[in-house]
Design a protein around this ligand. Structure first.
Ligand code: NOJ
Length: 536
């Protein structure tokens, strides 16, 4: 069956928008964003054309990892508001015909979670086996060589009970033991709690970490490790991540979702394509969307991107729905990676590829990573490995709404500083500028949503040379040719075995829109265009 003939669901047709809640909008003057702030800004999100909002964690947490260390999965952190605020937000999102996706962090809790407090209280506590406890080796050393993503050993010694516990991230984030059925049931109940409230889905944190080798074998050394990399990269996490049994867990989560109406699950998974695909599950019983981070990791090069798109498309299981991402709260922003001019081309790429796009807040106005002086760094990843430039603060700075004091984000001092140029680079200024990147995003999303060829149509690569990336999106009736110049220099598209004729509908140089093209076309540096091809 052709793509366009199948029934498509909201998470396939629509665009997802990620909010880092600390940085979206502060409503109570404490310098940190909150739920009421998000409610105030829902109309911005709606008018951009977004279908679903994913909010990074908003739950009770000591904030050692800014909310990814949860001490109560079913309550809201007072910094963000109350459960009433949450209910109001959910209702306000639904009233605007949008969906709400929460961040589920099942791999680890906070060390202040009552489950861990019990677990560490004594070796015979009923919750001891809810976490991963191990004896020391005879010489007192760690049970194996596993490393923490945030630096140092992944094992923390517990003086009181005389054992080590495992933490893939901070020592304040002990990993749950997902081999324990009680843990599984507890976390599935967390899902049910939010689904019963009407939440539309989850983005599942570090899905590929959830089960570890049952024999806890040593990870092999990474022969390609380079000194500028995080210390975690010294080993290949062959035994601490991506174990076959993880798929049973994902399947159990999926079953919970499937017992409700049209709910969905996105898995955060940093793995090569062939491994990523396994997270769709056999017979599509896994994640609806295993996050595809290809565009975050490969070089900004047409041949490289084109071949990765083709590999990804080719590897998708039957009925597996693709998705694309340009940024998130863990990665440098797209504008900082490829520059201002290419960020527009990147937007066109994201919004014309086949599959669900996720936009990171602020990318729609071309926000850049903000330089954070060393004495202001707050991210534990940056603090634990100083000198490696690994802090994620630069991509988590407050949303730049307008040119007023603190960019309209807060009435007081923002928790992270704003860039010097926020008075120029902000939503309000771009709303008034029809050539802004915001205007481009908005038009791209609208075209995508209006045209089945773009939101559910098929994808076919077109051979192009040099810096040009070219592909078709089509249904039975409509065909679009997308041409993206990934370089700053002009280039020419004159395919030998492909004849085309059509009208430019969106161009990063809007002056060209409406222009007719036939057989060949020249592009300026940093230009991208969407051509509606004439029907035969
Ligand atoms: C992935 C999250 O995206 C990241 O921000 C967090 O630090 C780790 N998981 C640990 O939860």
């Amino acid at each position: 069956m052709k793509d366009a003939e199948q029934k498509h669901l909201w998470w396939q047709e629509g665009v997802i928008y990620q909010i880092y809640p600390r940085s979206y909008q502060d409503s109570n003057g404490d310098g940190v964003g909150d739920l009421q702030g998000i409610i105030q800004r829902l109309d911005h999100i709606k008018s951009l054309g977004i279908k679903a909002i994913w909010i990074s964690p908003i739950f009770s947490s000591p904030m050692a990892d800014f909310g990814y260390d949860i001490s109560d999965y079913c309550d809201i952190h007072p910094l963000f508001g109350t459960m009433d605020d949450f209910d109001e937000l959910l209702q306000a999102v639904h009233e605007r015909d949008m969906k709400l996706i929460l961040d589920l962090v099942p791999n680890h809790t906070s060390d202040e979670h009552p489950w861990f407090k019990e677990s560490r209280s004594s070796k015979d506590n009923p919750k001891r086996n809810w976490y991963i406890w191990q004896d020391a080796n005879a010489d007192g050393s760690e049970p194996n060589n596993w490393l923490s993503v945030f630096g140092g050993s992944a094992w923390e010694w517990d003086e009181k009970t005389g054992q080590y516990y495992y933490h893939a991230f901070l020592k304040e984030q002990p990993d749950l033991n997902w081999r324990n059925p009680e843990v599984q049931e507890a976390m599935l109940n967390v899902m049910r709690f939010w689904l019963d409230k009407g939440v539309d889905g989850f983005r599942v944190d570090v899905m590929w970490h959830m089960i570890k080798d049952d024999q806890l074998r040593d990870n092999p050394v990474n022969p390609n490790y380079k000194a500028h990399q995080a210390t975690y990269e010294k080993l290949i996490p062959a035994y601490s991540t991506d174990q076959p049994e993880v798929h049973d867990i994902v399947h159990k989560m999926r079953r919970v979702l499937d017992s409700y109406d049209e709910r969905m699950m996105i898995g955060e998974i940093y793995l090569p394509i062939h491994k990523l695909m396994t997270y769709y599950g056999t017979d599509k019983n896994g994640a609806h969307l295993p996050f595809n981070f290809l565009l975050l990791s490969i070089d900004w090069d047409a041949t490289e991107i084109s071949s990765n798109i083709n590999q990804y498309e080719g590897a998708l299981p039957d009925g597996g729905w693709p998705n694309w991402v340009l940024g998130n709260h863990d990665q440098p922003r797209i504008t900082s990676r490829v520059g201002k001019a290419q960020a527009r081309v990147a937007a066109m790429l994201l919004l014309t590829l086949r599959g669900t796009p996720t936009i990171y807040y602020g990318d729609e106005i071309g926000m850049r990573d903000v330089p954070i002086p060393p004495d202001e760094i707050q991210d534990p990843q940056g603090l634990n490995m100083p000198g490696l430039n690994l802090s994620r603060d630069p991509q988590r700075t407050p949303m730049q709404w307008d040119n007023s004091e603190n960019a309209g984000f807060t009435q007081s001092k923002p928790w992270l500083r704003l860039p010097e140029d926020y008075r120029r680079v902000n939503v309000k200024a771009q709303l008034e500028d029809e050539f802004s990147i915001y205007a481009l995003y908005k038009r791209l999303i609208k075209l995508r949503q209006d045209e089945p060829a773009l939101h559910i149509g098929s994808y076919r690569p077109v051979v192009a040379t040099g810096p040009l990336l070219a592909y078709l999106r089509y249904t039975g009736e409509q065909r679009f040719l997308i041409l993206l110049n990934l370089s700053h220099k002009p280039c020419h598209f004159a395919p030998e075995h492909f004849s085309f004729e059509g009208t430019i509908v969106i161009d990063t140089l809007p002056e060209r829109e409406g222009g007719k093209v036939r057989k060949h076309v020249s592009l300026s540096g940093d230009e991208g265009m969407i051509i509606r091809l004439n029907t035969a």
